[in-house]
Design a protein around this ligand. Structure first.
Ligand code: CTP
Length: 400
């Protein structure tokens, strides 16, 4: 049966993202109905919401026509889930205090259905004791939250307060409603993902590594899982949590990463997002001491190329995708890597610029295949991940 979401759009700059959220939810087979607050109307139009949701948009508590068609009590009663996005400081305060002075707050008070809120506000408003108090109270009341994330905000500041991306909100909705009737695009498929850096020990206290945060690889693993795939994520040491719904294998070195990837075969798809250290050394069994003979020389040994090894493997997955982190001549190097390693696609990104791709939230990538190059705009890493998963699904599809 189709699950129904009542989406309450609050007044914040992030309201524009709800248009993408609606598109995403409808693609997943959910039915949508929207309430737009007075402040929300300053950021998105009722017409835009109505066109995408395919339904009338409700705005007024005391509108005779609205009440005649669908009363405010009825609005929240016929939904399976209420979603507040963006959940502004004001909406959270109203919810925490049981205030009911407009249609949005009345619908939220008149419901016994689960509520998901996606907060979005200026960092200081988010960190303010009043907001944190409201948040704690709402959590106590059983409200579920998605985000906010860290990032650059419309006000130019950086920190927590940025609304979760539409795909993350849609994933949270799907988790709360227990899936949809729509067929998932990677259902029955196995996907192996590598992520993060590798760490190559020099001695018991020192190592060689790089700046990879694992954000892109982890986002790909999470997106593949939400597309219905059975995912094994082989990750080097990172400071971000294991994604939900994914089997994560933690490794340190390139040699361990290769072994874990081989152990995860057979697989339909493999995508190599890890920044594998190119070299290792024979690690000393004790801490290397400073001596009279001066600085020690590190004899570098080349690490196995995991991507190239899997491309030549007797259990080579049907679709193998590599990444190419470049600081110059990006496309030429990416094309050369495609041939040299024998994969089907290279996702090339420039990691040399001031944008801070390594560790950052956003990525500008180019898909390089034997047929040509496709340039993508700068996107959040979660959005890059979802688009890559859409591409995987188009190339491999479900197993049924
Ligand atoms: N890769 C891998 N094993 C390695 C090195 C790289 O699996 N030992 C994978 C990466 O995960 C990525 C792709 O190969 O998908 C390209 O990685 P990149 O670091 O850009 O290229 P390198 O192979 O290191 O080549 P170069 O040093 O010439 O940039």
């Amino acid at each position: 049966m189709t699950k129904r979401v009542l989406l309450i759009v609050g007044g914040g700059i992030a309201a524009y993202k709800t248009l993408e959220l609606i598109r995403n939810l409808r693609k997943r087979g959910f039915a949508l109905r929207c309430i737009l607050t007075r402040a929300g109307k300053e950021f998105v139009t009722p017409l835009a919401l109505a066109s995408l949701s395919g339904d009338k948009v409700y705005e007024d508590l005391f509108s005779l026509t609205d009440e005649a068609e669908m009363g405010h009590i009825e609005l929240s009663r016929e939904a399976d889930l209420l979603v507040v996005a963006p959940a502004t400081a004001d909406l959270l305060a109203k919810m925490a205090n049981g205030s009911a002075n407009d249609l949005a707050s009345t619908a939220l008070l008149a419901t016994d259905k689960p509520i998901l809120a996606a907060p979005a506000m200026n960092i200081r408003m988010w960190l303010h004791a009043a907001t944190q108090r409201n948040l704690a109270r709402l959590k106590d009341d059983g409200v579920t939250f998605v985000g906010p994330g860290d990032g650059e905000m419309a006000c130019g500041e950086y920190g927590p307060g940025r609304m979760a991306e539409p795909v993350e909100i849609a994933d949270a909705i799907e988790r709360m409603l227990g899936g949809t009737t729509a067929q998932k695009p990677l259902a029955g498929r196995r996907v192996v993902v590598t992520s993060g850096p590798t760490v190559e020990p020099i001695d018991p206290v020192r190592f060689l590594s790089n700046r990879s945060s694992g954000k892109q690889g982890h986002a790909v693993a999470a997106a593949a899982a939400s597309a219905g795939a059975e995912v094994v994520l082989v990750s080097g040491p990172v400071s971000i949590p294991d994604p939900a719904g994914v089997r994560t294998v933690h490794v340190e070195s390139a040699v361990e990463m290769l072994a874990a990837v081989e152990a995860a075969l057979p697989s339909d798809i493999a995508i190599f997002c890890a920044a594998v250290a190119d070299w290792r050394v024979e690690p000393a069994g004790h801490k290397i001491k400073k001596g009279k003979s001066g600085a020690p020389t590190l004899a570098l040994i080349e690490n196995p190329d995991i991507l190239a090894t899997i491309c030549r493997h007797k259990q080579r997955p049907r679709l193998v995708i590599g990444f190419a982190a470049e600081t110059e001549k990006m496309l030429a190097h990416a094309r050369a890597k495609l041939e040299r390693k024998g994969c089907d696609m290279i996702v090339a990104n420039d990691v040399g610029g001031p944008a801070g791709v390594m560790g950052g939230e956003r990525n500008t990538v180019h898909l390089v295949t034997r047929d040509g190059v496709e340039d993508w705009p700068t996107l959040d890493k979660t959005e890059v991940a979802h688009r890559l998963v859409e591409r995987m699904a188009a190339l491999v599809g479900t197993s049924s």
